[in-house]
Design a protein around this ligand. Structure first.
Ligand code: SF4
Length: 206
């Protein structure tokens, strides 16, 4: 079902996904964080064979893993889970292991790919305000952000009308959900990520 308030951005998102599939085929992957299934729902409408990548840092909330299981049950996607080749359990709480537990895994996931999609939105915060619908990343791969123009209200409307799977932590005050040691409840964008540290991004979207 198409929702009135998101019709404008919805069309742009579907076209961006369709174009990505046409341009890159199997050399495309969609990076999923387990926060909600909005982008996955759109992608599965376009092409159920799009590969979904989930980086399992080993520090996720149980609710995030449960959300991924529900996504698998509903969509039966081509899911690829990448895990760290080394796990550093002591450094997660300090906020310093994104390089080992996220960035290295993304590099592995993108090996052999020509493009990737993510749910980055300009409304996520200042550091993402200049995100583009489609660009070339530092590796030379196409980076597609089909939801780039979606507001928080667009996301909420799409979730409600289409009964989209969401991480239950969203209803407990977590506006943004990352690893458990580095995420605190905060209703304001990504402010609950690495609270108290200067860090605002894990580095995978550079
Ligand atoms: S968000 Fe925290 S626990 Fe997760 S990879 Fe980054 S530093 Fe480690």
């Amino acid at each position: 079902m198409i929702v009135g308030s998101v019709e404008g951005v919805l069309e742009q998102s579907l076209v961006a996904i369709q174009q990505s599939v046409a341009d890159f085929g199997d050399d495309l992957t969609l990076l999923c964080s387990g926060q909600d299934a909005v982008l996955i729902d759109l992608a599965m409408r376009v092409d159920p064979s799009i590969e979904i990548t989930f980086i399992d840092t080993g520090f996720h909330f149980n609710e995030t893993i449960e959300t991924m299981l529900r996504i698998v049950q509903r969509y039966s996607p081509q899911l690829r889970v990448v895990v760290p080749w080394r796990h550093l359990p002591d450094v997660g709480r300090a906020g310093f292991c994104c390089s080992q537990h996220k960035v290295e895994q993304l590099e592995e996931a993108l090996r052999g790919k020509r493009a990737w999609m993510s749910g980055v939105r300009r409304a996520d915060g200042e550091e993402r305000a200049s995100a583009e619908l489609r660009s070339i990343d530092r590796r030379g791969l196409a980076k597609v952000n089909p939801l780039v123009d979606w507001t928080d209200e667009d996301v909420e409307a799409y979730i409600e009308v289409n009964d989209i799977i969401v991480n239950p932590l969203r209803n407990r005050g977590y506006a943004s959900i990352g690893c458990a040691p580095c995420t605190t409840p905060d209703a304001n964008g990504r402010d609950g990520r690495w609270a108290g540290l200067a860090k605002t991004e894990c580095g995978i979207h550079r």
